[in-house]
Design a protein around this ligand. Structure first.
Ligand SMILES: CC(C)(COP(=O)(O)OP(=O)(O)OC[C@H]1O[C@@H](n2cnc3c(N)ncnc32)[C@H](O)[C@@H]1OP(=O)(O)O)[C@@H](O)C(=O)NCCC(=O)NCCS
Length: 435
């Protein structure tokens, strides 16, 4: 659906901005666990830094454009959106070998928004690959994020092995669906749609938050990410923007563009849509159906089990792609304290966590959940044993504790499995965004 960004997944999406002016200059040596064995005897082979030197920026541009098969004239707009201060680079023996970009944003779990860093544009020059550079870059980035108080990090991976190596694991999904407009069969217009001309997006934020609070994994977009949703950043396409319901009390929104591969019937491509009430959802489907004289299909991104598909009269939707995003608990104790938990759920879990990249996460601690809040104290019995990777799909609710036990991600006794099942149960995590 989208094209033209340095994201890692098989599809491409929007990009953002954020400001982090802290200067980072850190050397990693043989004591760094991400160092390949062959590098162990060379102290400080890699140097991690921010992007300040214009010559290095040109080299980073060339490496990333080559790595992601993009024209170099794409770079200026990309840097503007991400913010130059949000790039990190890696040098080897003083020569820049690669870099990455950090999206400053939030992510919602259990009804609360946590400080999250999205990682994109991880690229190493082809001639410098397979020497541990990307693992170093990621390790150094995670150390910096921990120091900045970031709770989690999320990304779409082109290769899981690299990101698993530094503690990420699958923790949520993004499905792309298509549905023939002729199969909708609804005729309800009780919630009017109001066309919005401007690209201001503030009016939509609370609507998006209302959706985010009742599911898991949705992003709290920053301004640049919102701009990418309410416009079409990759070319000359008109994005149509609608608010559903009374403008002072919106019940949803819809952003979409129209496209066709050839002259004739076209298709509707949703950049994002929300319906906060049953009537709004039926009105939204009716609005799509009202395009059926000239348009054939609507495409959108949603959760693995899409509740909106309960409404059309026929189940003619097809999944045309799906992605799984990966999550990394950067400050695990902080994340467990700051996420929300379902009302009425009480319990205690004794964890023992191993983390060879962010050592602060190591060790035993106890999570106590009461009145929707999590409290963490050090110590305990270590009833659930896991590498920090295994905690990501547990935390997000992507996999049940039984599934994680069955696949070897966690080890636990029956009592701990029962407590974790109750504490982390929730809507399956997903996000409509690709970055
Ligand atoms: C993917 C990329 C960043 C890896 O960089 P690199 O410096 O060669 O990676 P490293 O040497 O640090 O490898 C770290 C780990 O990832 C694994 N790995 C690296 N590239 C891999 C690949 N393409 N497929 C599978 N595993 C890979 C390594 O085997 C190593 O695992 P190990 O420690 O368990 O043996 C680099 O190939 C690249 O720039 N590719 C093009 C752009 C891209 O795909 N970026 C990632 C976007 S999400």
């Amino acid at each position: 659906m989208n094209s033209g960004d340095y994201n890692c997944g098989s599809q491409r999406g929007q990009i953002t901005v954020g400001v982090e002016n802290r200067k980072v200059r850190q050397a990693y040596s043989f004591c760094d666990p991400a160092v390949a064995p062959s590098e162990m005897t060379k102290p400080s082979v890699f140097e991690f830094a921010t992007l300040t030197d214009p010559n290095e920026e040109v080299r980073l541009r060339d490496i990333l454009c080559q790595s992601f098969r993009l024209p170099t004239d794409y770079w200026d707009g990309y840097v503007e959106r991400i913010g130059r201060a949000n790039f990190r680079i890696l040098r080897r023996a003083g020569r820049l070998v690669g870099g990455l970009a950090i999206y400053r944003m939030g992510q919602w779990f259990g009804g609360r928004c946590l400080n999250d860093a999205g990682i994109a544009a991880v690229g190493i020059a082809p001639e410098d690959r397979s020497a541990g550079a990307a693992a170093h870059l990621m390790t150094a980035t995670l150390a910096e994020l921990y120091e900045q108080g970031v709770a989690m990090s999320v990304l779409y991976a082109s290769t899981q092995r690299l990101y698993r190596r530094v503690g990420y694991e699958q923790a949520g999904s993004r499905y792309q669906y298509q549905l023939p407009l002729a199969s909708i069969g609804l005729n309800e217009r009780s919630v009017p749609l109001h066309r919005i001309d401007g690209t201001e997006h503030e009016a939509y934020h609370e609507v998006a938050r209302a959706r985010a609070k009742v599911t898991n994994g949705n992003l709290e977009r920053n301004a640049a990410m919102w701009e990418r949703v309410v416009t079409y950043p990759y070319g000359d396409k008109n994005v149509y923007r609608y608010l559903l319901g009374a403008p002072d009390r919106p019940e949803g929104y819809l952003f979409f563009y129209q496209d066709a591969k050839q002259p004739g019937p076209y298709h509707l491509y949703v950049r994002d849509m929300v319906a906060l009430s049953p009537a709004a959802a039926r009105s939204l489907w009716t609005f799509f159906s009202d395009h059926r004289a000239m348009a054939e299909t609507v495409f959108w991104c949603g959760p693995a089990v899409e509740p909106l598909l309960l409404l059309p009269s026929e189940l003619m939707a097809q999944v045309i792609s799906h992605e799984r995003w990966m999550l990394r608990m950067v400050d695990l104790r902080k994340a467990l304290r700051e996420r929300g938990y379902r009302a009425g759920v009480e319990g205690e879990i004794h964890f023992e966590v191993e983390d060879d990249v962010v050592p602060q996460n190591n060790g035993r601690f106890v999570l106590t959940v009461l009145d929707g809040f999590g409290h963490v104290r050090d110590g305990g019995r270590g009833d659930i044993k896991a590498h920090v990777r295994g905690v990501s799909p547990l935390f997000s609710g992507f996999m049940s504790p039984v599934q994680l036990q069955a696949t070897g991600q966690i080890e636990a006794n029956d009592q701990a499995i029962a407590a974790a099942t109750s504490i982390f149960a929730g809507p399956p995590p997903w996000m409509p965004d690709m970055f």
